[in-house]
Write a protein that binds this ligand. Sequence first.
Ligand SMILES: NC(=O)c1ccc[n+]([C@@H]2O[C@H](COP(=O)([O-])OP(=O)(O)OC[C@H]3O[C@@H](n4cnc5c(N)ncnc54)[C@H](O)[C@@H]3O)[C@@H](O)[C@H]2O)c1
Ligand SMILES: [Zn+2]
Length: 359
Amino acid sequence: MRRLSVKLADRSYSIVIGERALDRLPDELSSLAPTRLLIVSDQNVAPRYAAALARKLAALAPVTTKVLHAGESSKTLATVEQVLDALFECSADRKSMVVALGGGVIGDVAGFAASIFMRGIRFVQVPTTLLAQVDSSVGGKTGVNHAAGKNLIGSFHQPSLVVADTATLTSLPTRELSAGLAEVIKHGLLADEHYFELVESRMSDLLACDAGLLEDIVARSCEIKADIVARDERESGERALLNLGHTFGHAIEALAGFGTWLHGEAVGCGLCLAADLSRRLDLLGGADVDRIEHAVARARLPTRIGGLGRSDALRAMAGDKKAEAGEVRFILLERIGRAVQRRVPADALDATLRAGGYT
Ligand SMILES: NC(=O)c1ccc[n+]([C@@H]2O[C@H](COP(=O)([O-])OP(=O)(O)OC[C@H]3O[C@@H](n4cnc5c(N)ncnc54)[C@H](O)[C@@H]3O)[C@@H](O)[C@H]2O)c1
Ligand SMILES: [Zn+2]
């Protein structure tokens, strides 16, 4: 069992990682003294884990469970309202807590609902996908999509605790495991060359769900993210580096229709596009671009998603949250293990999109 901490003064919290970490949740939560608990989960996760979790938590406070539809299509304001309704129905008060049991979709929706219920109540992240364990459960970004784009409605609301039980990953479909590896590759690329090498060399063990290795990976990715978040919680600078591959990725998700490509799949492809763009700006060598594409492909993720339009992609990227006054800044790679934020000339961007199969 590992314990990390996200150091954010009075909003600091622990991340507990390991096989059967869920067994520790009641003890971890008891000092937070919740008056009521609402477990928010989805149709795939709830039947496997919600009842056992509710039983474990029942000694602490009355527990209610709210089950949402699975998948990206649940990241809407309407779903947030369903969670708020459930909180009122179970007579939650300002000392009650939300337990987000599921992947990144559940964490983002339940966390956002917690952030606005009675102007904000505490919540716990219990991530059950690799993507959520290595990335989305840490850092306090919560929110939903809008027709205008991905994650455009939301808030910063840090959890009070994160418990990542790696045993839950054994029931995860392989496509979802691959999607999580996109964020793992991203962490290596932007912050730690040795970590990238480890992930690259152990990809087949990761895809085979090697328990010890998964625990190491979840811990190292959380550490990388927690350190960056501790230095720049509200993304006024360094935290933007965590968006490597995401300006492209968010555009792919929105243009193809939310849910067509998994977030991690769009990010995997986005990492390849970001590498290609870095090469065009003379930041990164061709061999490194090939190495990155190879790692993404070995994780069984798409390196190219064709059939999308260049002008649509440019419009979507200009509407991304990271754009200011319509100008998009990209996160690029200076080398494997080091990312930078740059403005990008239109011709280089256009060439990358063409090379990436955009029409
Ligand atoms: N807040 C952040 O900082 C942040 C960071 C990265 C990604 N995200 C968001 O996270 C979302 C993607 O998260 P995700 O990939 O976890 O998607 P997800 O929540 O849709 O989960 C993926 C699928 O796996 C199923 N599932 C979850 N756990 C399972 C388990 N243990 N066994 C079997 N099935 C299981 C779910 O029901 C779902 O069908 C995106 O919306 C993305 O924008 C947020
Ligand atoms: Zn992401």
